[in-house]
Design a protein around this ligand. Structure first.
Ligand code: PLP
Length: 380
């Protein structure tokens, strides 16, 4: 059933148990007409178990439903958990594709390493995405800018209160149809500069995609809401003046000559797939990209003297969100109201690739639906 993009035989077979009370076609279509984000889930999920003795085993597709966890399961006490976020896109011919999944697979391995969890082989990760789409492909919406959001995650589930890496772990993939992130057009947002709280520190888990980082960002996030801002921007915890990233998105500044400036990957920033892809697209246009430390002062002075003209955040969920305003307890920095934002043209190019509207010259797309197994390997 499953196939990998290389000529190697599939590494895994998944036992499939179909849900008997699957959502009706009519009910599913009603959900797909206005899915929102993260609200509804498909009929099935993927599960793979791991123990220190047996390694990864018992890969399966099963009906979507609650997990049975022992109250002593280590994830509930010490937060040993990591996740990924990947989208499946429906192209105009009905086929279903995803974007650079091997990058997410590699990142899940790095997150696993940092959280003392076992590394899932990248092929098995990509196969797990194929499996969920093979069975729940009808849940991939087709309206513009919609997708099926795939959420792979891994939890420690040994029943043991001692503090050490869990010897039992489970990996799952759940899937949720996602509407267009910006209903009625992309709008620029205000963001809040958190000067009191940090999301990551030197030697911490900032570079891992783990639930704990998100838990730490929720209080500053509510502070952002109270100030009328959509997201929080965190600074480095050492000097408190370098820009790091938002709670779940990377950040770019755009100079008047089109140069992109973004904080370098320094061990406390999450290495976004969108970030990396935008750097590649910008360089292919002949633009300069500077990955280096960026301070709030540089941003403020650059806007004041006209050398910095745009700021935007990026990530899989929203792709690119232009930033209209940076607010803090001490100041409000208003970005100029430029026409023809570079952010918007990069956003257009990236989504055109993802939705198959322009050629995928970088070889970023991987076909996920079952028809792909009959095709010659595409090569990831
Ligand atoms: C997931 C995430 C991003 C964006 O990564 P993408 O691969 O582009 O989706 C950025 N920052 C943080 C903290 C994240 O968790």
């Amino acid at each position: 059933m499953s196939t990998s993009a290389s000529s190697a035989p599939a590494t895994s077979t998944f036992a499939v148990t179909r849900r008997v009370d699957a959502v009706s076609d009519a009910d599913r279509e009603a959900i797909l007409a206005d899915p929102g984000f993260g609200l509804s889930f498909t009929d099935h999920m993927v599960a793979i178990d791991w123990t220190s003795g047996e390694g990864w085993h018992d890969a399966r597709v099963q009906p979507y439903g609650p997990l049975l966890l022992d109250p002593a399961a280590s994830v509930l006490h010490y937060g040993q958990e990591i996740f990924e976020g990947v989208k499946a896109y429906r192209h105009a011919d009905g086929s279903i594709w995803t974007f650079r999944p091997e990058r997410n697979g590699a990142r899940l391995q790095r997150s696993a390493h940092r959280l003392a969890l076992p590394e899932l082989p990248i092929e098995l990760f990509v196969d797990s995405l194929r499996e969920i789409v093979a069975i729940d492909g009808a849940w991939v919406p087709s309206a513009p800018e919609t997708s099926l959001y795939l959420r792979p995650f891994m939890i420690a589930n040994e029943s043991f209160l001692g503090v050490r890496p869990s010897q039992r772990v489970a990996y799952y993939v759940i899937a949720s149809p996602a509407g267009a992130y910006f209903q009625g057009g992309v709008t620029a947002v205000s963001i809040w500069l958190s000067t009191e709280y940090a999301r990551a520190g030197r030697g911490g888990t900032g570079a891992a995609k783990c639930g704990g980082n998100y838990a730490a960002s929720l209080l500053p996030q509510s502070e952002a809401y109270e100030h009328g801002c959509a997201q929080v921007l965190f600074l480095d915890s050492e000097n408190g003046n370098r820009i790091e990233e938002l709670g779940g998105m990377n950040l770019f500044l755009v100079k008047a000559d089109g140069t992109l400036v973004t904080p370098e990957i320094n061990g406390s920033i999450l290495e976004g797939v969108t970030r990396d892809s935008l750097i590649t697209l910008a360089k292919a246009r002949g633009l300069k990209v500077e990955e280096r430390p960026v301070t709030v002062d540089e941003w403020r002075e650059g806007v004041a003297d006209g050398s910095i003209v745009e700021a935007f955040a990026c990530g899989t969920a929203a792709v690119i969100t232009p930033i209209a305003e940076l607010k803090s307890a001490e100041f409000t920095l208003t970005m100029p109201d430029v026409e023809d934002r570079l952010a918007m043209s990069l956003r257009q190019e990236l989504t055109d690739i993802q939705y198959g509207r322009i050629p995928d010259v970088h070889g970023w797309l991987v076909r996920l639906d079952a028809a792909a197994s009959a095709e010659a390997p595409a090569g990831a």
